[in-house]
Design a binder for this molecule. Sequence first.
Ligand SMILES: NC(=O)c1ccc[n+]([C@@H]2O[C@H](COP(=O)([O-])OP(=O)(O)OC[C@H]3O[C@@H](n4cnc5c(N)ncnc54)[C@H](O)[C@@H]3O)[C@@H](O)[C@H]2O)c1
Length: 249
Amino acid sequence: MSLEGKNALVTGGASGIGAATARRLAAEGAHVAIGDVNEQGAREVAGELDGFACVLDVASAASVRAAVAEVVGALGAIDVLVNNAGTDRFAFFVNTDESLWDLVLGVNLRGVIAVTHAVLPSMQERRTGAIVNVASEAGRVGSQGSAVYSAAKAGVIGFTKAIALEAARYRVRSNAVAPGPIETPLLNSAPVQLGELGERLKRGMVNATALGRAGEPEEVAAAIAFLASDEASYVTGQTLNVSGGLSMW
Ligand SMILES: NC(=O)c1ccc[n+]([C@@H]2O[C@H](COP(=O)([O-])OP(=O)(O)OC[C@H]3O[C@@H](n4cnc5c(N)ncnc54)[C@H](O)[C@@H]3O)[C@@H](O)[C@H]2O)c1
């Protein structure tokens, strides 16, 4: 699964699945850039990998433009884009308001769209590239306490397919992973935000998996590295569940 000689941008690479992905891509030989709102965290992970770090807020068009220009300046062209940055605010839908909708859609859906819009033209010009979007089982089967997040992730899955169709003629592939419950700060913010109810929601997700356990970030990173690599040269428009069998379609 070599990524020797490829330049990769991982959004949200300061923590969790993004950090594990940055480490895995680097281990496969890629030169990795991390863009994150958490500048300190991004620098720490990039420092381990001899990689590049920059501040990036995927929900801000100006920040996306500036960060992508910085990454291209530092690495040269981007061969692999991992749209991983994401966030959630756990609440039942009737208790949400527009500020939550804007935040959750802005980061999880508009963020994927904005970064792809900034990176795809040069991939198409160069007739090479692989995009891997981090969606979620929430976007496939829905997730209680995460209605707007589920909508955003379903949007990411549709976007992944449309880009696969449009970019195929330029030899650019677009795929997604749909993680189930993965042990990261994001999953564990459900109990923090909702207390005992959040704990029950997390347990419910874990119990819904066939394997009966939460996943580790490295298990998602392995699937992302495969989809990003030439080993997946005949795979595009797909969403690969990495969810311990939470859903099987
Ligand atoms: N953990 C899970 O159970 C799970 C399940 C399905 C999907 N996911 C998805 O995996 C991805 C990674 O999440 P994680 O679980 O590793 O969480 P995490 O909280 O550990 O990491 C998320 C990272 O994204 C960054 N980020 C947040 N908002 C950002 C923004 N506006 N711009 C740039 N960076 C931003 C954070 O600073 C953090 O470094 C997300 O897209 C998430 O929705 C996670």
